[in-house]
Design a protein around this ligand. Structure first.
Ligand SMILES: [Zn+2]
Ligand SMILES: [Zn+2]
Length: 444
């Protein structure tokens, strides 16, 4: 028999077909990737693929705590299945439900019928069906259950439907090739995180915030976003033994960061810093504050995320170069004592600040790593210089002058947007931001 099913969507009856001949689902996946990558699979990749195959191509997204009463509505009848642990009651069909918690159990009014249970699932019956939960729209299956007296929800949907939703939430109405690049990147990051299982204790694979990837359901998804997800179906980035955790950020400011520059991480193959343009490809080596100041004050010509290059969305324009200023009083409030100096004491070759020293009346405070530094001063990125203004040796103000928004690692979304407008295809965009990664197809 010829190869057919790799992943089957339980919620919407959609099939992901493999062109390979089969003797079982996992072997098909492995064989396909070996053909694409042209070399033996690393154990890491096969383990990552097995995680996805074990879920039949579905991902579970944690939607968090729901506000009571929860109102569920659908354009078509939903299959509603109440349960007490493993004891499932017979499913019923229903289009409108209201859920409350009473006596530690769910009390559900479902098209006039009353249900009493500890958990419940609402499943769409076909792909035209939508599930509204407190006004937000989802596809697939919604599972709700009690945890510490709170009602939490998980949305189970096919991976590629999830990717289309992530495009809407993460990059919006970008040009088509940028959407495709973002789809590959989001798919790689999602499959990579399945194996990491960082929400395993919560009962789902990925959360709906930027901690994993932003996800707001199906509202506002365009035909182009769905097409970009399905045109790249099964495609991921692979680098040195695994599916790449292909992270991305809003805007790099002219140079991306290495993983080791911003996190507690060794250098990661595929996540090296790159100049965001075609003018140079030498390794970045910012060391001195003067060199950094010069780069920020005189941005390189033809940088892909320079807002003058493309019709960027308004929210991103302000991040190419930015300033944030503190008066002496602001700093005193922030640190609870007089601040006598603020300086960068360690900068990585990609320009990202690794350590900042704040000299106060009570001693020196060292702030280390990109995220704690950004949070301490509420900065858009870790690519900045510090300008201290003094009068008679006393600090009057401190200005952070910086570039970009986000951690800076991997795909620069606004750079990808601009590259697509200039005619670059998605595979060229991916090669630019992940020069040591390869594009591979896991399934069709
Ligand atoms: Zn998360
Ligand atoms: Zn950029």
């Amino acid at each position: 028999m010829g190869g057919t099913l790799v992943f089957r969507s339980k919620g919407q009856g959609r099939q992901y077909k493999s062109k390979c001949r089969r003797s079982g689902e996992i072997p098909i996946l492995l064989a396909c990737l070996m053909l694409v990558a042209g070399r033996l699979l690393a154990a890491t990749i096969s383990a990552q693929i097995e995680e996805l195959a074990a879920r039949h191509g579905q991902v579970r997204i944690g939607l968090g705590r729901l506000t009571l009463p929860v109102r569920v509505a659908s354009n078509l009848p939903l299959s509603v299945e109440p349960a007490d642990g493993t004891n499932k009651q017979a499913p019923i069909l229903c289009r409108k439900a209201v859920i409350n918690i009473e006596g530690g159990r769910l009390r559900i009014t479902c098209d006039g019928q009353m249900l009493n249970c500890l958990s419940v699932s609402f499943a769409s019956q076909n792909s035209a069906s939508e599930i509204q939960i407190n006004g937000r729209t989802y596809a697939g299956v919604i599972r709700m259950g009690l945890s510490n007296g709170r009602l939490n929800a998980i949305n189970e949907i096919p991976l590629d439907d999830y990717i289309a939703c992530v495009l809407k939430a993460e990059i919006g109405s970008a040009p088509y090739e940028a959407l495709k690049a973002q789809a590959v990147v989001a798919r790689s990051e999602a499959i990579h995180k399945l194996k990491l299982g960082r929400h395993a204790g919560d009962g789902y694979d990925l959360c709906s915030s930027e901690h994993c990837m932003a996800y707001q359901g199906t509202a506002g998804i365009t035909a182009e976003m769905r097409q970009a997800a399905y045109d790249t179906k099964g495609e991921v980035l692979v680098a040195e033994g695994g599916i790449l955790d292909a992270v991305f950020h809003t805007m790099c400011g002219g140079i991306t960061a290495g993983a080791e520059d911003v996190w507690d991480s060794p250098p990661v193959a595929g996540l090296e810093p790159v100049w965001d343009g075609l003018a140079r490809n030498d390794a970045p080596s910012f060391r001195s504050e003067e060199e950094m100041e010069s780069f920020l004050s005189h941005p390189p010509a033809a940088c892909f995320c320079d807002p003058s290059n493309a019709l960027f969305p308004a929210y991103a324009r302000k991040y190419y170069r930015w300033t944030k200023s503190f008066t002496a009083t602001d700093l005193q409030r922030l640190f609870g004592t007089n601040v006598q100096d603020v300086k960068v004491v360690e900068r990585r070759p990609s320009g990202r600040v690794r350590r900042v020293a704040v000299l106060t009346a009570t001693g020196v405070k060292i702030i280390e790593k990109e995220l704690p530094i950004r949070k301490q001063f509420d900065l858009p990125s870790g690519l900045f210089v510090v300008r201290v203004a003094t009068k008679s040796g006393v600090v009057e103000s401190v200005e952070f002058f910086g570039a970009g928004s986000g951690h800076g690692v991997g795909l620069c979304q606004m750079g990808a947007w601009s590259m697509a407008e200039k005619g670059f295809h998605y595979d060229a965009i991916l090669r630019h931001y992940y020069p040591r990664a390869q594009l591979a197809r896991l399934y069709r």
